[in-house]
Design a protein around this ligand. Structure first.
Ligand SMILES: Nc1nc2c(ncn2[C@@H]2O[C@H](COP(=O)(O)OP(=O)(O)O)[C@@H](O)[C@H]2O)c(=O)[nH]1
Ligand SMILES: [Mg+2]
Length: 284
């Protein structure tokens, strides 16, 4: 991993990260609750690892998004794991209004004591300041737009675009702040980096596409052979070479008997992105 990192454009991350941390620190005293978003397909790999000293002591909800795309039984083990560490966890499909309501309800619950104290002093309820943090592509913008009730931040935008540094009003007496910059996961573990690339949380250029596709196939073969068989009409999932050939045939990526590996890899990665491959959790 180290060698490869040096070869890629990964070098500009640390500076961005430091800036993000500083911006969070500046807003810290205002924050009542933190929404930490992770991808339910990779509840370990998509978790920010070195932000905790920053947000310690703040009430926090770990929101596992994309429930509709994950393997619920496996992700449930991660929910329990984080709950055992003392976290409040919600597994959600951000497009499901009932799941969305759970986030609002839990926020009210976690900030109840703040409001009760104010009530005793005959003050009106405080507008709760919530910070939304998470690595790219975990649904931060989707959540914010849903809560605000209109399109205020771009969904699915490329990481690197300057973000709002503005508290956004919602009808729930909650003000929202998007991650002020970019938070990067730790890429030191090879498997983590592959998981992140497989779920589009890190840019495609960072890892070779054949490695990302190979990782997706390997995970499917090991844990979800039926999904692999059904999606690509293969019978023997253990022979990756054969799987490539069959997919190559199916998508017309074979010329003079030669498989166009690049095309097949792109197809596999794209199938994850387009949500054709779902019901999978890659952190075990
Ligand atoms: N299936 C599914 N897709 C989601 C969910 N939440 C977000 N997305 C999609 O994930 C992609 C990234 O979302 P975005 O809000 O831009 O993530 P951000 O980079 O963290 O702001 C978009 O295509 C969203 O539509 C969810 O719960 N389920
Ligand atoms: Mg966003």
């Amino acid at each position: 991993m180290n060698n490869r990192q040096n070869q890629t454009n990964i070098n500009w991350y640390p500076g961005h990260m430091a800036k993000t941390r500083r911006l969070i620190q500046e807003k810290f005293h205002l924050i009542d609750v933190v929404y930490e978003l992770v991808d339910a397909r990779i509840p370990y790999s998509s978790k920010i690892k070195d932000i905790y000293n920053l947000i310690l002591d703040k009430p926090k909800i770990v929101i596992m998004t994309k429930k509709d795309l994950c393997d619920i039984n496996v992700t449930m083990n991660w929910v329990k794991y984080y709950e055992n560490l003392g976290a409040k966890v919600l597994m959600v499909d951000l497009n499901d209004p009932e799941d969305f309501k759970k986030i609002i309800d839990l926020t009210k619950e976690l900030t109840q004591s703040i409001q009760e104290k104010r009530e005793e002093k005959r003050m009106k309820p405080k507008e709760i300041h919530a910070l939304v943090i998470g690595i790219p592509n975990v649904g931060k913008s989707t959540l914010i737009n849903k809560m605000v009730g209109k399109h205020v931040v771009n969904v699915g935008n490329k990481p690197g675009i300057t973000q709002h540094l503005k508290w956004l009003k919602t009808p729930y007496n909650i003000l929202l702040l998007d991650t002020p910059g970019i938070l990067w996961p730790k890429l030191s573990e090879e498997k983590v980096a592959l998981n992140l690339a497989a779920t589009s949380s890190i840019k495609e250029e960072i890892l070779p596409i054949d490695e990302v596709a190979g990782h997706i196939l390997k995970m499917l073969a090991e844990y979800y052979p039926d999904i692999l068989k059904e999606r690509y009409h293969v019978s023997n999932v253990d022979d990756i070479e054969e799987v490539y050939e069959i997919i190559g045939k199916n998508i017309g990526a074979i010329k003079h008997g030669e498989v166009n590996y690049d095309k097949v890899s792109k197809k596999i990665v794209n199938d994850m992105k387009m949500e054709y491959i779902k019901g999978v959790t890659f952190d075990r």
